[in-house]
Design a protein around this ligand. Structure first.
Ligand SMILES: Cc1ncc(CO)c(N)n1
Length: 224
């Protein structure tokens, strides 16, 4: 069951960092998918880079799952994260079929700088020194940027090319939106009881996710 949205500390941070949040969720690349002007070489670059990202993101989510089992005190946390991990399984299959559809050979794709830096950041979050609520905040932000971005591409009046609606549906669908909302509720619940220090860290991690997401979209310009 989806809980009603209530404004918590994350929404306060999103207001405070509004222009960065918009940069991450309304990037030119996303807008180009929405208005149909997307350059297919950009799409292929994004596809190859994101495939590599997701292969690192899955172990990160597995780490979140372990922590949800051990540290959360709420049995439902683990179920929410497990659902996310299960959808990553489908996602990797989806990437593979898109790769063959677009002629992108993932075995030859090399991770670009922004991708490597984002993956290094994820590794840092897997340290047991990072509090569960901080990890959950990052996890939510990573998923939410894609949800917001691709849901925007599905809005009325879009001119998204038919062959790209699969990508938009993958992250823009209603089930994924509800899943993000569940992850956000978990993060908010943890942050309600967090120390001042953990709150500072969670806000910092949120900002850094948004920065990494912007840099990630930027790679699509290179058309490597
Ligand atoms: C860069 C990036 N951020 C988030 C996701 C998933 O939510 C993804 N697949 N790639």
């Amino acid at each position: 069951m989806e809980k009603p949205e209530k404004r918590g500390v994350i929404d306060t941070w999103l207001d405070k960092h509004h222009s960065l949040y918009t940069a991450a969720t309304r990037h030119d690349f996303v807008i180009s998918i929405l208005d149909g002007s997307v350059d297919l070489s950009s799409f292929k670059t994004w596809l190859g880079q994101d495939y590599l990202f997701v292969r690192e993101f899955a172990p990160f989510v597995a780490n979140v799952l372990i922590r949800a089992g051990k540290e959360s005190g709420e049995t439902s946390d683990m179920e929410v994260v497990l659902g996310g991990l299960a959808s990553l399984n489908d996602e990797i299959e989806w990437f593979k079929s898109e790769g063959s559809k677009w002629g992108v050979d993932f075995s030859t794709v090399v991770a670009q700088k922004a991708n490597k830096e984002y993956r290094r950041f994820l590794e840092g979050l897997m340290s047991s020194e990072v509090e569960y609520g901080v990890v959950m905040t990052a996890f939510w932000a990573i998923e939410a940027v894609y949800q917001e971005s691709f849901a925007h591409c599905l809005e009325n009046g879009n001119k998204t090319p038919g062959e790209l609606t699969g990508a938009c549906n993958r992250w823009g669908n209603d089930g994924f939106r509800q899943y993000c909302s569940s992850v956000k509720n978990i993060a908010e619940r943890c942050l309600e009881n967090a120390s001042g220090e953990a709150l500072v860290e969670a806000e910092d991690v949120l900002v850094r996710v948004l920065e990494h997401e912007v840099a990630f979209w930027e790679m699509s310009r290179g058309g490597q």
